[in-house]
Design a protein around this ligand. Structure first.
Ligand code: CTP
Ligand code: CA
Length: 227
């Protein structure tokens, strides 16, 4: 039989992928996080590396094994993810932000375990930096920026708003309440929206197949920004 090595379609391309949740500490025994296992982002990083890209994966805490041939940077909080992403951004041809980043963090991180008091309690929260929006603001004309949108309603509307407000080339949206899509599953149902108005709905697929189709789209976007 013949050699079935995947085509090295992304050879020499520098690709940054973020994956997983962020974890925001409250005190030494408590934290806030998001529902994300990291499977989608890890599948993208793995597939991009198979296709010859130089892949950097910036990951929040997950149960997953880092893919081979991928430079993996482990982070915990949204702020740490922001700093790691900004450190690598200028060298990147493509950034794919599949991480579920916390929008808020506790305003004060308590050094000792918080003790319960009589009655109700209020925890003050502050906004984290929107990493993807910052990337969009600084984007070079020849960089390709891909975001994700996990929605529970009005997917078209919210996804397209994010595409525009974050200055993305493409956004990958899924309705996380549909069967077979979203958290923890090995499958996903996604829709792509591109800056040029093109839309593409994919059927229920394995996350590794979604990663392949997504990278096909990324290759086209790279060709269009390189012209
Ligand atoms: N994102 C980010 N930094 C944040 C919040 C989100 O980089 N602080 C990125 C995510 O990685 C994702 C995209 O922005 O690629 C959309 O995230 P999402 O949570 O769906 O959108 P938000 O802009 O945070 O809006 P909201 O949560 O209010 O729907
Ligand atoms: Ca959010």
């Amino acid at each position: 039989f013949y050699d079935q090595k995947p085509p090295q379609a992304l050879k020499g391309t520098n690709v940054l992928v973020t994956a997983g949740p962020t974890v925001e500490r409250v005190d030494p025994v408590r934290f806030f996080t998001n529902r994300s296992t990291g499977k989608m982002g890890y599948a993208i990083a793995e597939e991009a590396a198979k296709q010859g890209a130089n892949v950097t994966l910036i990951s929040g805490p997950t149960q997953l094994t880092p893919p081979v041939n991928v430079k993996t940077v482990q982070v915990e909080s949204a702020q740490q993810m922001f700093e790691a992403v900004m450190k690598h951004y200028t060298d990147m041809d493509v950034v794919i932000k599949s991480a579920a980043v916390a929008d808020y963090r506790p305003k004060h991180v308590h050094q000792q375990k918080m003790k319960k008091q009589p009655g109700e309690a209020v925890l003050e929260l502050e906004r984290t930096t929107d990493i993807l929006k910052t990337l969009g603001d600084y984007k070079d004309y020849n960089q390709v920026l891909v975001g994700f949108a996990a929605e529970t309603e009005q997917v078209d509307l919210y996804a397209q708003k994010k595409l525009e407000s974050k200055n993305l080339d493409m956004i990958v949206a899924n309705n996380v309440t549909s069967e077979g899509a979203g958290f923890g599953t090995d499958t996903n149902i996604v829709k792509f929206y591109k800056r040029n108005g093109e839309q593409r709905q994919l059927p229920l697929m394995s996350k590794s197949s979604v990663a392949k189709v997504l990278l096909e789209e990324v290759k086209q976007l790279l060709e269009s920004v390189r012209q």
